[in-house]
Design a protein around this ligand. Structure first.
Ligand SMILES: NC(=O)c1ccc[n+]([C@@H]2O[C@H](COP(=O)([O-])OP(=O)(O)OC[C@H]3O[C@@H](n4cnc5c(N)ncnc54)[C@H](O)[C@@H]3O)[C@@H](O)[C@H]2O)c1
Length: 379
């Protein structure tokens, strides 16, 4: 079994946790392997992923070996495996485009991006030279142009694409078709973390529904202290993030809530929290006899390892699809690991679909579903 050659756009906290995690799993036995939703996917273990190319725009990361760049400021996530050995892969300068929000300049250098004064490389050429199988996109929220640029570069180079952020590519029928036509798979959009606010909110919404409890109102407020949260202080960049997070919960409900009765989104930036994210969730409803109930939950979790737990499966399934010459949007793994997939499925069904896909029992239905793709459907 060959390794998976991974390219990464955006070496922030999520990429850092992912790359440290890959190293971590090289050093633990199967019985001690904590935190993997799948130990093996089509013969690929987490430790079978190699970074072969990386792109960033930060002066503290560009030009460094990937193993050093993932520890550079402003990254601030908890270490999973600090001593990742040198990879012999230097981080290349990408085009900045809309990757850096202007308001960031009002914050201290150690908390924000610091754009390198270097000409961008030829990303397509770098992808081709590296022999990458899959490009993982970790652009900041609101980076519409930058994300489209990396998606197009993946298409041009014939590389699979895993879109971990909320610019809609896999769930945009035009883009999805481009990947289908080019013969490469795509997984997206916007990582649904392992035990994050979205999956917890979805599970509770499902519980209310299964137990005939009417949900009248809900909110999900999130705060954190990493550059993702700093970036999201700019409300103009948040449009697709709010859609992605809100639809992920609405899609569980037989009757979606009116806009006034649901509020979900990143709420504030608290620098000392670093990569720890806190989610405050409230659900109000009615049970037997029309009697009111309310539920409050506080979730505290290190944000970036939490995304790594899902990305590690998305990347391996993307490679499996490449091996099997399956192209276009991968519906099962997207529904399982992403907040805004081409088609939403209840999580237990998405899980079963992924397992069947891995076992080779079912195709991904992408062809059959293509004409019917829409963001929120399956229920
Ligand atoms: N649990 C999670 O952390 C989670 C969950 C879902 C989605 N996401 C999304 O994943 C994305 C990445 O999150 P993160 O926490 O790693 O963010 P981050 O701010 O730590 O990292 C972003 C990286 O992109 C780089 N960058 C900016 N513009 C660029 C460009 N044009 N070309 C190349 N590099 C560029 C920055 O220098 C930085 O290294 C965000 O959009 C986030 O919302 C994260």
């Amino acid at each position: 079994m060959k390794n998976i050659k991974m390219a990464v756009a955006g070496l922030g906290n999520c990429a850092s946790s992912l790359i440290q995690g890959i190293e971590y799993y090289k050093h633990v036995d199967e019985k001690d392997c904590i935190g993997l939703m799948h130990y093996e996917i089509g013969g690929y273990r987490a430790s079978d992923i190699d970074v072969v190319a990386a792109f960033d725009i930060d002066a503290r990361k560009v030009g460094k070996d990937v193993s050093q760049a993932i520890l550079a400021l402003p990254n601030c996530t908890k270490d999973i495996y600090h001593d990742v050995p040198l990879k012999g892969v230097k981080v290349k300068m990408g085009p900045v485009l809309d990757g850096v929000a202007p308001h960031m300049m009002n914050y201290p250098e150690d908390k924000r991006f610091l754009v390198a004064d270097i000409e961008p490389c030829d990303v397509r050429q770098e992808l081709e030279n590296s022999g990458a199988d899959v490009l993982v996109n970790y652009m900041p929220v609101g980076s519409e142009q930058a994300t489209r640029f990396y998606a197009q570069s993946a298409l041009d180079a014939g590389v699979g694409f895993v879109n971990c952020m909320p610019v809609f590519i896999a769930s945009n029928p035009e883009w999805a078709k481009k990947f289908q036509d080019r013969g490469v798979p795509i997984v997206g959009d916007d990582i649904k973390s392992q035990i994050g606010a979205t999956i917890v909110h979805r599970a509770l919404a499902q519980l209310f529904q299964d137990r005939a409890c009417i949900m009248d109102r809900t909110y999900q407020l999130n705060i954190g202290g990493n550059t993702d949260f700093l970036n999201m202080l700019n409300r103009e960049r948040l449009k697709s993030k709010k859609i992605s997070k809100t639809e992920a919960v609405q899609s569980i409900l037989e009757t979606p809530l009116s806009d006034d009765d649901i509020h979900i989104g990143p709420s504030d930036y608290v620098p000392w929290q670093k990569d720890n994210k806190v989610c405050f969730l409230r659900m109000e409803g009615r049970i037997f006899g029309d009697v009111p109930i309310n539920l409050e939950l506080r979730l505290s979790v290190e944000d970036s390892p939490n995304s790594g737990g899902s990305a590690i499966d998305a990347i391996r399934v993307c490679k499996l699809a490449l091996d099997r010459k399956i192209s276009g949007p991968l519906l099962a793994i997207s529904a399982y690991t992403m907040k805004h997939p081409p088609v939403q499925y209840p999580d237990e069904i998405a899980k079963e679909m992924v397992n069947r896909f891995i076992r080779g029992e079912a195709c991904d239905q992408a062809d059959a579903m293509f004409g019917k793709m829409q963001s929120v459907t399956a229920r």
